[in-house]
Design a protein around this ligand. Structure first.
Ligand SMILES: [Zn+2]
Length: 75
């Protein structure tokens, strides 16, 4: 069963729920304040993957075996 993340519009709390796909967009009461005004957040998997690529140890796209002015990893 997929894990969905929700944000409370009243208190700002984030919480996760295991729900069926059919229930993903149904209202979910806030676990902190009980407010029904919550919204589902879009999965962050893509952004996290991009972040790992960016912080990888191979330097920036312009890097080669010699000096790279963009990131300074070489030279
Ligand atoms: Zn709340």
């Amino acid at each position: 069963m997929p894990l969905y993340e929700y944000l409370c519009r009243d208190c700002g709390a984030k919480f996760e729920l295991l729900r069926g796909i059919a229930q993903a967009d149904d209202p979910a009461p806030c676990t902190e304040c009980g407010s029904p005004r919550t919204g589902r957040l879009i999965s962050l998997f893509a952004a996290i993957s991009d972040g790992k690529m960016v912080v990888g140890s191979t330097g920036c796209a312009a890097c080669s075996s010699h000096h790279c002015a963009a990131c300074g990893l070489h030279g």
